[in-house]
Design a binder for this molecule. Sequence first.
Ligand SMILES: Nc1ncnc2c1ncn2[C@@H]1O[C@H](COP(=O)(O)OP(=O)(O)OP(=O)(O)O)[C@@H](O)[C@H]1O
Ligand SMILES: [Mg+2]
Length: 258
Amino acid sequence: MGKTTKKAVSICITSAKGGVGKTTTTLNLAGIYEVLEKKVLIIDLDVTNGGIALSLNKPYKKDIYSLFDDISLNIHNEFATYTTKYDDYIDILPCFIDPRSASKISNSIIEEIIDRASFLYDVILIDTTHLLNELNLYTLDKVDKILYIIGNDAVNLKNMKSIIKIFNDLKINKYKILLNNSYNPYKEYFSLYDIKNIIKANIDYSISSAFFIPNIDSYVMNGKIITLDKRTPKTYVKDYEVLLNIATDLLVEEEENE
Ligand SMILES: Nc1ncnc2c1ncn2[C@@H]1O[C@H](COP(=O)(O)OP(=O)(O)OP(=O)(O)O)[C@@H](O)[C@H]1O
Ligand SMILES: [Mg+2]
């Protein structure tokens, strides 16, 4: 408090397997932060499928590559010229318009973006892919917090177990684990007890199968965020509270173990 500059908390939303609700959760958390009156930047780092701007129905002309290109050419435009506005609280830095751009950027662009955005936002949410490629590893290293989303099936848990082991070896402890039972409510194969035993880690949060949204595609088609729908807190009381809890928890600064 009392600082003249503000520093955003950067959060990477990732997973050990694809299709477990990363993009949906990123958008839902952005909506919760808006309710909390926090300014949010969503960075779409899903370099091949990037769907944030599409999910929010926002056409765009500039992407991460435009920013990278201008920085390389030493052209200093304001950060806001590269982002696409969703509403008064949420901006998007869209994924590459041309997927081939992914191979042209250098990983350090992530640090540059986080640095620049830090003074403009309260929260930076980075939606990514489950791949442990160089760009994602670099991003995981640079962010303040990591939200790992897991689904309730054997492949998911097997992959997550390996990641926990790597994180333990590297002494990385800035991650939280979210068990997401909502994207496929018929897939609850393991109990919470089994899951903890398999991955050898604690589950920090769970979203229940009750949060399965049958008409989710209509939100996407209309560019709407589920958590900004006035009916959501009343219809999905418990899971909305879990999302609120995750959002506030991730803003709390923790002592990092060097
Ligand atoms: N709560 C929910 N209710 C209903 N469907 C959901 C829910 N959450 C996610 N889905 C659906 O599950 C699918 C996967 O979700 P999403 O795209 O958010 O996952 P992802 O982890 O980002 O996937 P990818 O690894 O491909 O980027 C999508 O079709 C999405 O609409
Ligand atoms: Mg996604």
